[in-house]
Structure formats: structure tokens, C-alpha cells
Write a protein that binds this ligand. Structure first.
Ligand code: G1P
Length: 297
């Protein structure tokens, strides 16, 4: 029997400079897509995949993130008194069980690999998931759940993968494919942010991982890589050729890069249009401006 994946690491220590000045006082992960903070989408996806322990790797100035997961008795009482049961339900759905959340501080911004390594003692000797909340994935079956199901077959190490336009591949971790089995590929190499023109493919790593604890051991001794940072990709690449191996999983769903302003705006529109209470209004507005633009041409 394979060990179940019950722990997930959420690296949330980044400064979010691309969203300044907002991120001067609001952690990027608290920025809202429609009416839910980015981190809530990541948490919901993890829960759907069976994750029970949530480990946040944070940094200075992320207090609002910790507060977000606290119960808010005063607010709940107010809503109860006013009979606002629907809002109460929404609020309760964000509550986390006691002891389910741990915060680990990354003292220095040394890269994604380092952030994950900071959580090593909370992981121990089990497989674990990593979710990058900037990558928001809209899917009928949540992406990590798809991966957990696939992982039950393969074990080893699995990264979410997606074909990106070739000229964009150098912004990602990129897979060198050994065998392409459709939704699953086995990997013979992976490289973080390859120099343009040297990409082994345009199959990019997206921010969902299921990793063996050996990756944490690899991180113990890894040197800084692309961008002078300790890269998770490099520690995973060291697993290639081991008994465990590395697989890429082409998930079904639409990924939004909420680490960029344009991606965040696109996600806002897409998630807005998927909501029964907003669709008509938003759709009317969008078709209106498009018609006006066409008329002006
Ligand atoms: C990180 C990973 C990269 C991956 C990307 C997906 O990069 O290092 O391998 O392709 O997330 O979003 P970042 O976007 O943090 O530079």
C-alpha cells in the first residue's frame, strides 16, 4: 500500500513585488479573486485531494495570512444575530481544524527549493504535496486530486505539466520527456528556467507537486541554481533514475498565472463568469465594451 498524501506545503514567503503598492500591506496570497483570497483556492484544492495538514512557509509581513485562518467569533456572532446564515456558512467554510495548520518562517529569500526545505521537519519521511498559490487552476476535478489519483498508480515524484508557447518556456521549469503516455509522461531531465533556445521541450512545470521525502534530502545539499536561488526543480531532477522516478502529469483544467497582473485579471473575469450571481452582469458589461470597441474601429 502506498503512503497517502496528507501533508501539503504552501510556499507563501514571496514579497509579491509585481503587485506593489498593494503588497506593501496586503500579502499577495490574500489578494482576492472575485471574493476569495488566492490562498483559499489553494486550500480548497488541497482539501479536495485529501490533504489534512497544511504547512505555510511564510516571511515577515504575512500576519494577515495567519489571521485569515483564525476563527472570527465576533464576526460569526454578529452574522448569527442578524440571521445572515448564508454569510455564516461562507465564513465557516474557511475555518481550519485546530492543529491542522503550521507556519514555518523562511528567514531568507533563497528560493522555492529553500522554502520547501524549511518545512522538512514537519514532513518527516512521507510523500507530500506542494502547491504554489499563484498558479490557480480551474478544473472540474481539482488538479491536485487528479494528481493524487494518478500518483496512486505511479508513486515516485509527480509534477503538474502543461504545454506553453515555446517562446515562454524559459520562464518555467521545463521537462525533458522520456516516454509520453498521454496524460502522463516519464521524465529523463528537467531544467529550471532554461536559457532561450536551450529548452528541452515546451512542456512546463506548473505549481502542483507530489514529492517523495528524498527530495528534501536532496535539498540538504543542493547549490543555488537558476537566478542564484535554491531551486526545487534541481532537487526533483536528482530523483530521475532513482527507483522512484519523476513523472509529469498533464492535468485537465485551465491554469491562470496569478503571479502576473494580466493573469490575475483573466482569472478574475473567468471566475466571475463562472458564478451564477455575477455572470449576467459581467457578461453584459464585457460584450458592451467589446461592441463599443468594434464600433470605434
Ligand atoms: C516556479 C518554479 C517553476 C515553475 C513555476 C510554475 O517558478 O520554480 O519550475 O515552472 O513556478 O508557475 P516561479 O514562477 O516562482 O519563478
Amino acid at each position: 500500500m502506498r503512503n497517502k498524501v496528507t501533508k501539503a506545503i504552501f510556499p507563501v514567503a514571496g514579497l509579491g513585488t509585481r503587485f506593489l503598492p498593494a503588497t506593501k500591506s496586503v500579502p499577495k496570497e490574500i489578494m482576492t479573486l472575485v471574493d476569495r483570497p488566492l490562498i483559499q483556492y489553494a486550500i480548497d484544492e488541497a482539501r479536495a485531494a485529501g490533504i489534512k495538514e497544511f504547512i505555510f512557509v511564510t516571511s515577515r509581513g504575512k500576519g494577515a495570512l495567519e489571521d485569515y485562518f483564525d476563527h472570527s467569533p465576533q464576526l460569526e456572532n454578529e452574522l448569527r444575530k442578524k440571521g445572515k446564515d448564508d454569510l455564516l456558512e461562507i465564513l465557516k467554510s474557511t475555518n481550519m481544524d485546530s492543529g491542522a495548520i503550521a507556519y514555518m518562517r523562511q528567514h531568507k529569500a533563497l528560493g522555492l527549493g529553500h522554502a520547501v526545505w524549511c518545512a522538512r521537519r514537519l514532513i518527516g519521511n512521507e510523500p507530500f504535496a506542494v502547491i504554489l498559490p499563484d498558479d490557480v487552476i480551474a478544473a472540474e476535478k481539482p488538479c491536485l486530486q487528479q494528481m493524487v489519483e494518478a500518483y496512486e498508480e505511479t508513486g515516485g515524484n509527480m509534477v503538474a505539466a502543461m504545454e506553453v508557447p515555446p517562446e515562454k518556456a524559459s520562464s518555467y521549469g521545463v521537462l525533458d520527456v522520456q516516454e509520453d503516455m498521454g496524460s502522463m509522461v516519464s521524465v529523463k531531465g528537467m531544467v529550471e528556467k532554461p536559457a532561450p533556445g536551450t529548452e528541452p521541450s515546451n512542456l512546463a512545470v506548473i505549481g502542483r507537486y507530489i514529492l517523495s521525502p528524498y527530495v528534501l534530502k536532496n535539498l540538504n545539499k543542493i547549490k543555488s541554481g537558476a537566478g542564484g536561488e535554491i531551486q526545487l526543480t534541481d532537487a526533483i531532477a536528482q530523483e530521475i533514475g532513482s527507483d522512484r522516478g519523476v513523472y509529469g502529469y498533464r492535468f485537465r483544467g485551465q491554469r491562470f498565472d496569478c503571479g502576473s497582473k494580466s493573469g490575475f485579471l483573466q482569472a478574475t473575469v473567468a471566475f466571475g463568469l463562472s458564478r451564477d450571481d455575477l455572470r449576467d452582469d459581467l457578461h453584459g458589461y464585457l460584450t458592451g465594451i467589446m461592441a463599443a470597441e468594434r464600433a470605434a474601429q
